[in-house]
Write a protein that binds this ligand. Structure first.
Ligand SMILES: Nc1nc2c(ncn2[C@@H]2O[C@H](COP(=O)(O)OP(=O)(O)OP(=O)(O)O)[C@@H](O)[C@H]2O)c(=O)[nH]1
Ligand SMILES: [Mg+2]
Length: 455
C-alpha cells in the first residue's frame, strides 16, 4: 500500500492566525486510539457515539513517543467529535477537535496527536483518502479545491453545484448507454457461434450520435467555466485622455487609477476586480492607444495590445466631444471577442446618444454595469452555474479525446465488432478518467498537491 493511503494522519484544518475557533482533524484506522491518548478515560468510551460532540480537556499524551511538554499537561478544552467509518469526510474513522482559535491550541493538539502515533497529513491528503474510499469523485475533489479558492459568489456557487454532483451526473448520463452498447457488442462477440445478435448498425450509430451531442453540450460550457473561475476580463481602451482611467474608477466606485488632464497619464495596465451580482469581472485600465507613441509611452501601448489579446470584452471609449474620432483600432482583440462602444464625458454634450457615460456625473455607469452582466450571461455563465458544470482543462482534454474516438467509430461503421468494442472501451476509459473511475498515481499527485494541508 502506498504510504499516502496508510496510517493515521492529523492536521490543523483551519487557517493559521487568530480566530474564534480552530479545528484539528485526525483520520485513519488508529484515530480513536490516538485521540484517547489525549483524553481522560471515558471521554471517548466504547461504543463510540458517532457524530456526537463532547466537551473534553485535551492533554499531552502520557506515553508520548517524542519530547514535548510534561505528560498530562493540559493543552485546551475542546469539543471532540468522533465520526466512525464510513460516515466521515475521508470514509475512515475520524476525530475532529474544535478548540480555541489562535495559533497555539490547535498546533499543540496536532503535535500531541503526532506524539501519540499519528503522522502529519500532506496537502490534500484527507480529500485524497475521501476519493480513494469512494466518498467523492475526482471531479468533486477538484470542486472542493475550487470552492476553497473561490473569491466570488458565482464561482463558489458553481463549485458547490459541481461538488453536489452536477458534472458527475451528466457524465454518468453519457456513460450509461455507451456501457450498455459495449456489453451488447461484447456479448455478440463471445457467443457468435450461437448466433447471438449484436446491436444493429443503426443502433450503434444512434447511441454514438446521442453521446456525441451530450459531449458537445458539455464542451459548450467550457468557456463559462473559465469566466467563472478567473473572472470576465474587461479591457478599457481608447485614445489618450478620453477618460479611460476615470471610467475605470467610476465602475469600481473607488479611486484606483491616476487621472490627469495631461494625455498619456496611464502607462502600465492597472487591474482591479469588480463583483457584480455575484459574477467576477476583472477590469483593466490601459495606456491610450496612439500610433506615434515613443519611449515609455510606446511600451505602454505595447502592454495595452497584450492586454487586449487576453480580453473577453473590450470597451472601446470615445468622448462625446469628438464624435468624429475613429473607434480605436483593435487588431489584437481575440477572434470573436465582443467590442462594446462606450461614449465618455457625456456631461459635455447633453444631446449625445448611445451608451453614453460620464464619470463626472455618474450618468450611464449603472447601465454599463448591467451591460457587463448581460455579456457574462451571454457567455453562458448562468447556464454553467445552473447545470453545476465547471470544466477545467483536464476535463476538456478528456472530453475531446472521447469525442475523437466516437468520431472514429461513426466514420467507419463497417469496422467490425472487434474494432468497435476496442474503441468503445477506450471512450469509456477517457470518461472514467474524468470522474476518477480510472486514475493513475501521477494524476492524483497533480490534483491533490494543489490542496492545502488539512483539507
Ligand atoms: N467633463 C468630464 N471630464 C472628464 C470625464 N472623465 C474624464 N474627464 C477628464 O478627462 C481627463 C483625462 O481623464 P483620464 O481618466 O485620465 O483619461 P485617460 O483616458 O485615462 O487618459 P490617459 O491615461 O492619459 O490615456 C481628466 O482631466 C479628467 O478629469 C467626464 O466624464 N467628464
Ligand atoms: Mg489613464
Amino acid at each position: 500500500m502506498a504510504i499516502l493511503e496508510s496510517g493515521t494522519v492529523v492536521a490543523v484544518a483551519t487557517p493559521e492566525g487568530e480566530g474564534g475557533l480552530a479545528v484539528v482533524r485526525l483520520s485513519g484506522p488508529e484515530a480513536l486510539a490516538v485521540a484517547r491518548r489525549l483524553l481522560s478515560a471515558g471521554a471517548l468510551a466504547d461504543p463510540v457515539d458517532s457524530h456526537r460532540a463532547r466537551l473534553a480537556l485535551v492533554r499531552w499524551p502520557a506515553r508520548a513517543d517524542t519530547g514535548g511538554p510534561e505528560p498530562g499537561t493540559p493543552l485546551d478544552q475542546a469539543l471532540v467529535l468522533p465520526m466512525l467509518a464510513p460516515a466521515s469526510y475521508t470514509g475512515e474513522d475520524t476525530v475532529e477537535f474544535f478548540c480555541h482559535g489562535g495559533l497555539m491550541p490547535a498546533r499543540q493538539i496536532a503535535a500531541a496527536c503526532r506524539a501519540a502515533g499519528a503522522r502529519g497529513a500532506l496537502p490534500g491528503e484527507f480529500t485524497r483518502r475521501a476519493f480513494l474510499n469512494g466518498r467523492l469523485s475526482l471531479v468533486q475533489a477538484e470542486a472542493v479545491a475550487e470552492l476553497i479558492a473561490a473569491e466570488h459568489a458565482a464561482g463558489a456557487r458553481a463549485a458547490l453545484a459541481q461538488l453536489t454532483g452536477g458534472l458527475n451526473r451528466q457524465l454518468a448520463a453519457v456513460e450509461g448507454p455507451l456501457r450498455d452498447l459495449l456489453a451488447r457488442i461484447e456479448g455478440a462477440l463471445e457467443f457468435s457461434e450461437e448466433d447471438a445478435v449484436g446491436p444493429s448498425r443503426e443502433d450503434v450509430a444512434t447511441t454514438l450520435r446521442a453521446a456525441r451531442r451530450q459531449i458537445d453540450d458539455l464542451l459548450d460550457l467550457a468557456p463559462a467555466g473559465r469566466l467563472l473561475r478567473d473572472g470576465v476580463q474587461v479591457v478599457l481602451v481608447g485614445a489618450p485622455n478620453v477618460g479611460k482611467s476615470s471610467l475605470f474608477n467610476a465602475l469600481l466606485g473607488a479611486d484606483r487609477a491616476l487621472v490627469d488632464p495631461e494625455a498619456g497619464t496611464t502607462r502600465d495596465v492597472v487591474t482591479a476586480p469588480l463583483e457584480l451580482d455575484g459574477v467576477l469581472f476583472v477590469l483593466h485600465d490601459t495606456a491610450g492607444l496612439r500610433d506615434r507613441a515613443v519611449g515609455v509611452e510606446a511600451k505602454g501601448v505595447a502592454r495595452t495590445r497584450e492586454t487586449v489579446a487576453g480580453a473577453d470584452l473590450v470597451l472601446a471609449l470615445r468622448p462625446v466631444t469628438d464624435r468624429a474620432q475613429p473607434a480605436p483600432a483593435l487588431g489584437d482583440a481575440p477572434a470573436g471577442c465582443p467590442v462594446l462602444p462606450v461614449w465618455t464625458k457625456g456631461d459635455l454634450d447633453p444631446a449625445a446618444t448611445g451608451m453614453v457615460t460620464s464619470s463626472r456625473t455618474g450618468q450611464g455607469i449603472e447601465a454599463l454595469r448591467r451591460a457587463l452582466l448581460d455579456h457574462a450571461r451571454a457567455g453562458g455563465v448562468a447556464a454553467a452555474v445552473a447545470r453545476g458544470v465547471i470544466l477545467n482543462q483536464r476535463h476538456q482534454d478528456r472530453l475531446l479525446a472521447c469525442r475523437e474516438t466516437i468520431d472514429q467509430l461513426l466514420e467507419d461503421p463497417g469496422a467490425g465488432d472487434e474494432v468497435a468494442a476496442t474503441l468503445l472501451a477506450a471512450t469509456l476509459q477517457e470518461l472514467g478518467a474524468i470522474t476518477g473511475r480510472v486514475f493513475t498515481e501521477q494524476l492524483l499527485g497533480e490534483i491533490f498537491s494543489r490542496f492545502c494541508v488539512g483539507k
